[in-house]
Every structure is written in structure tokens, then in C-alpha cells.
Design a protein around this ligand. Structure first.
Ligand code: PLP
Length: 219
């Protein structure tokens, strides 16, 4: 199937209220334009340089989401245009995003990334760290970032029950967070291999790469 067919299939299958982020890492601007031409506008990248390179050559009405682990020294390169940062996992990083957003006189929407997987290699906050951060006076003083919700990645495993438990946990933390911050509305969870479970557990935003654009070749 073509990119166009894949993306149209996804868009018609997703329930109302679930936003599709088409993940384009390693894919060419030409392939992204195939998706763009179907009317899709939300694209995700996991590396700042790659995202900036594509932003420079692709139409300006694309909404670029940074979905990968983010180094503080890279924030400045995308602060003028990024539309949502999914992987915010420390107050230090959030402060840098705030500082760079101020330089561009804008407010950058952010998701806080929670660590829900078993793998040590995955990034993110614990529930304790999350709620501690929310009470930190420095956090409360930030004016150029806006917390929209949470993001998490489940363990890479065939064990569907495990994935389901991890998403249930994230969903539970999301609801607790909504009690504190009623304006939050975005729960970014689910990729090509596990989006169905994620949606069943309350995801409002799925990040789909290989099921739309084909397997990645990192040769
Ligand atoms: C690559 C990536 C995705 C998409 O993965 P697929 O399995 O190709 O759908 C989603 N989220 C993050 C953070 C990624 O890096």
C-alpha cells in the first residue's frame, strides 16, 4: 500500500478525539509530501537536526512535533516553530524551553514524559518526580511553556498484557494530573505496534511511523 492509502486508512480507523502524529524520522521530504497531500498536517520527528532540515524545505503549515529525547542545547534550533514537545523529562529542560520560547515571544506546548516501561534505557519521570515538579516554585513561575499532558512509551515486548498494564498506569497518572491541572487534555501513547491497546486505555494521541511509511532502514 502507498503512504497515501496507509494514512487514509489510519485516519478513518482512529476514534474521534484521537490525534494522529505521522512519524517521519529517516523518511524523505518527498514521502512526507505524499502524506501532506492527503490533508495531513501533524508530523513527528525524534531528532532536532532532522526536524529543522525538513521544516526548512516543507510547507509552513505543517505542525512539527518533537517526539524524541531532547538535549537542552538543541532546544534553540526549533524554538521558533515546534508545535508540541512530547519528551520533557526534567525541570532543567523545561526551563530551557521556557527561555528559548520567550526569545521568540511565544508559548511552547509541552508534554511531560513518564517512565512506564521496564527498560532502563527509556527516559521519563516517575510519578513522584512528576508531582514534586508540579509543586516546585520554579515550575510554577514558567510563563512561556504550557503543559498539555503526558507521554509515555511501553516496554518493547510481545506481552500484550504487560503493555496494557503500563498504559493503564500512565492513564491513571494522567487522570490524577487532570485533577490538579484541569486544562490538560493530551495523553500521547501508542505506536505502530501497540496503538490499539493504547487507544483502549485512553490515549488521545498516537505516534505512528512504520505502519504508514514502511520499516525504517538505519543502514
Ligand atoms: C519512532 C517513534 C515512534 C513511531 O514508531 P513506529 O513503531 O514506527 O510507529 C513513536 N514514538 C517515538 C518516541 C518514536 O521515536
Amino acid at each position: 500500500m502507498s503512504v497515501k492509502e496507509n494514512i487514509e486508512k489510519f485516519k478513518s480507523a482512529l476514534p474521534e478525539g484521537v490525534t494522529l502524529v505521522a512519524v517521519t524520522k529517516t523518511k524523505t521530504p518527498e514521502m512526507i509530501m505524499e502524506a501532506y497531500d492527503t490533508g495531513h498536517r501533524i508530523f513527528g520527528e525524534n531528532k532536532v537536526q532532522e526536524m529543522v532540515g525538513k521544516w526548512e524545505v516543507l510547507p509552513p503549515d505543517i505542525q512539527w512535533h518533537m517526539i524524541g529525547h531532547l538535549q537542552r542545547n538543541k532546544v534553540k534550533y526549533m524554538a521558533s516553530f515546534v508545535s508540541l514537545i512530547h519528551g520533557v523529562d526534567s525541570l532543567k529542560l523545561l526551563k530551557e524551553i521556557d527561555k528559548q520560547a520567550l526569545k521568540h515571544d511565544r508559548v511552547i506546548p509541552c508534554l511531560l514524559q513518564m517512565h512506564i516501561a521496564e527498560e532502563e534505557t527509556k527516559f521519563g519521570l516517575s510519578e513522584d518526580e512528576l508531582f514534586k515538579m508540579l509543586n516546585d516554585p520554579e515550575f510554577l513561575s514558567l510563563e512561556n511553556v504550557q503543559i498539555k499532558g503526558l507521554m509515555g512509551m511501553a516496554t518493547f515486548t510481545e506481552d500484550q498484557d504487560k503493555v496494557k498494564r503500563e498504559f493503564q498506569y500512565l492513564s491513571k497518572v494522567f487522570k490524577k494530573l487532570q485533577d490538579r491541572l484541569p486544562e490538560i487534555n493530551t495523553l500521547s501513547m501508542g505506536m505502530s505496534g501497540d496503538y490499539q491497546i493504547a487507544i483502549d486505555e485512553g490515549s488521545t494521541m498516537v505516534r505512528i511511523g512504520s505502519s504508514i511509511f514502511g520499516a525504517r532502514n538505519y543502514g
